[in-house]
Structure formats: C-alpha cells, structure tokens
Write a protein that binds this ligand. Structure first.
Ligand code: FAD
Ligand code: SF4
Length: 321
C-alpha cells in the first residue's frame, strides 16, 4: 500500500517572529526542520497537520557563535556541521561523536540539532504504517486506548531515542526557547518529561531557537549500541564527561534510548587524590542499571538494553578516570 502525503498548507517564515505569527494563525501546525522524522510521521499517518511551518529559511537558527559565556548553536544547524566543526570536537567531544552516529551521512546533511532534541519518542507498536497500526487497534499514544507494551498501565512508555541530548546534558547545556511571551532559557535536563506521549516541556506555540553550552574544558565521550551499526537509533546511548573544575573529580553520565526521556545519572565523585578502583566502576554500573527503565518498545530485550547502558558507561569511565 502506498503512503501518499496528505494535503497541508506550507508556511515558510524568514524570522522567529514570523514563526510565532504563523503558529498563532494555525493552532496545531507542525514544525518542520530537516524533516527526516516529521515527513516520515506525516507519511505514516502519525501526524496530520493542516499546516506545516518550514523552519529551514530562518537565518537566526543557522549560526554557531562563540562568546565569553561559551558556545551558542542554532537549532537549525545540521548534524554534519556539528560533526565537522573543529571547535565542537575539541571542547565538547561527546557532542561531535553523538552527531556522527545519527542515521547515515547524507541524512546528517539535512537533519538538525533542534529536530534531534525535539524528536518524537519511538516504539515498535507506533513507528509502523497506518494499516499496520489499524490492524492492531492503534495504541494509547495515538488514536487508540491501550498500551500494547504495558496494557495494565495508563501511560505511554515509548523511548526517547535522540543521540544528541545526553551528549549536551553532560556539558550542562541550556535551551533558548521562543514563545508568545518572549524568550526563556531552560536547562536541557529539565526539558524532558517521563511520558512517551508528551515528553517535551515545550508549549504548543513555542520553538527551540538555540542551544547554549558553557565554556569547554570537559573531556567527554558518547557511544551507543544499535541493531544495524551503519544506520540506526540507539537501543541505549551513553554520554560521559569528566569535570575537574572543583575539588576532586566528578564523572557526569547521561543516557538515551532507555526511557521516555534522556536522563542524568547520579554523578560519580572522587575526592582529591583518590583513584578510580573496581568499587567505583561497580557503583557506576549499579547506578546506571537502577536509573534506566527500558520497556518492550523495541525487538531487543529490555534487560539487554539495561546491561548495555551500564556496560557502555563503565567502559568509557575506565578510559576517562
Ligand atoms: C532511517 C533513519 C535513521 C535515523 N537514525 C537516527 C539515529 O541514529 N539517531 C537519532 O537521534 N535520530 C535518528 N533519526 C531521526 C532523525 O533523523 C534525527 O533525529 C534528526 O536529527 C531529526 O532532525 P530533523 O531536523 O530532520 O527533524 P524534523 O523531522 O524536521 O523534526 C523532528 C521533530 O522536531 C520538531 N522540531 C524541529 N525543529 C524544532 C525546533 N526548532 N523547535 C521545536 N521543535 C522542533 C518537529 O516539529 C518534529 O516534531 C533517524 C531517522 C531515520 C529516518
Ligand atoms: S509504549 Fe504503548 S502507548 Fe506508547 S507507543 Fe508503545 S504501545 Fe503505544
């Protein structure tokens, strides 16, 4: 069965103010950046916007700027640019590495930072064609009333599977958001909610304008496991960063792919002069396993994803500490 695109009106604003006006004039409109996720959802009948607002012509979303406070990366910056910017690779290595693991190379020439951070959650019962979902009576996340993953519950458990969020979180990133009331900032780790059907703390008339990163100085890394090594979402993705700015050492760890939101793990703290020993790595393994909560949202067993998240964290911690 073909999945033809339905009709919709297309708005092409040139400024953030014009986006605000377009959103006000067309409630329920969908934002489109690179379109690598949104167009797939529209084609599969997972979104049916009357109006699509194309963000690709807005100059303000497209810059990477250094200031005394750190780095500001526009939401419309493409992932290949993040991967190839030497300053990002030097000061925020986990971010460059995470960008390089998203989908395939041609895909990354259009996929954007904002689209990656606002990516819809995913589930094996949801990311299917309309007729497949219809034959399963749809599900709680869209058009149905039962969750096929946890039928006794009343909450969607679909997993957030964007690669960039944890890499930014271990570098204390904040989002600049524009809305009808003006601009606001929010820490990236506060932007996500543990609900697969409504996982973003973003108002219906708000957009992400940019990501702000404080000055560099943290060594960091990102790794993920996936079914197809060439092109695939993370079954579990982990970012780690070593913070030497205070007394002793702090290891910051964030995980994606296992919950409806990317999440920070309680950091590992080493007092001044202390070395990381096996007890430290065992504690990290335990913390990650306890914090994550993978569900049957992929064809790969939740327990394997839990163990993998912990193993990736420990593997990188051994290299960084
Ligand atoms: C085959 C395939 C493989 C993929 N593999 C991966 C992968 O390995 N890792 C991964 O992380 N992703 C993957 N993706 C998903 C997606 O391609 C990327 O996450 C990409 O970065 C999304 O960016 P985009 O600009 O194309 O977003 P779009 O599709 O344009 O938008 C995605 C969502 O973000 C919203 N949005 C976009 N910009 C803004 C903004 N500025 N403010 C508020 N909301 C906004 C849109 O409304 C939409 O809901 C894959 C997709 C495909 C089709
Ligand atoms: S977790 Fe449940 S409600 Fe959410 S998409 Fe999957 S089946 Fe649907």
């Amino acid at each position: 069965m073909t999945e033809a695109l339905p009709d919709f009106a297309l708005a092409r604003p040139a400024t953030v103010d014009e986006v605000m006006a377009a959103l006000q004039g067309a409630p329920g409109a969908a934002l489109l950046a690179g379109g690598t996720d949104m167009m797939v959802r529209i084609r599969k009948g997972l979104a049916a916007p009357g109006t699509v607002i194309d963000l690709s012509g807005i100059g303000e979303l497209d810059g990477i700027e250094r200031s005394e406070a750190g780095l500001r990366i526009g939401a419309g910056v493409t992932l290949d640019r993040i991967e190839d910017t030497a300053e990002i690779a030097r000061d925020y290595p986990a971010l460059a590495r995470a960008a390089a693991t998203v989908a395939g190379p041609s895909h990354r020439t259009v996929a954007t930072l904002g689209g990656n951070l606002c990516l819809d959650t995913r589930c094996v019962y949801y990311n299917q064609s309309h007729w497949w979902r219809q034959s399963h009576d749809f599900c709680l996340k869209y058009k149905g009333d039962t969750c096929h993953v946890a039928p006794q519950g009343n909450r969607c458990r679909a997993a957030f599977s964007g690669d960039l969020a944890p890499a930014l979180m271990v570098h204390d990133a904040a989002l600049e958001i524009a809305g009808p009331e003006g601009r606001r900032r929010v820490n990236l780790s506060d932007f996500y909610v543990e609900d697969g059907a409504a996982h973003l703390a973003l108002g219906p008339q708000e957009i992400v304008v940019a990501v702000h990163l404080p000055g560099g100085g943290r060594v960091s890394d990102y790794r993920k496991i996936r079914v197809r090594q060439a092109v695939d979402f993370p079954l579990a993705g982990v970012a780690v960063a070593r913070d030497d700015s205070g007394d002793g050492v702090r290891l910051l760890v964030a995980v994606t792919g296992t919950n409806s939101r990317p999440l920070m793990i309680e950091p590992i703290e080493l007092p001044p002069g202390a070395a990381a020993d096996e007890a430290v790595f065992a504690a990290l393994d335990k913390r990650v396993q306890k914090a994550v909560s993978p569900q049957r949202t992929t064809l790969i067993a939740p327990h394997y994803r839990r163990l993998s998240a912990a193993a990736l964290a420990v593997r990188m911690a051994r290299e960084l500490l």
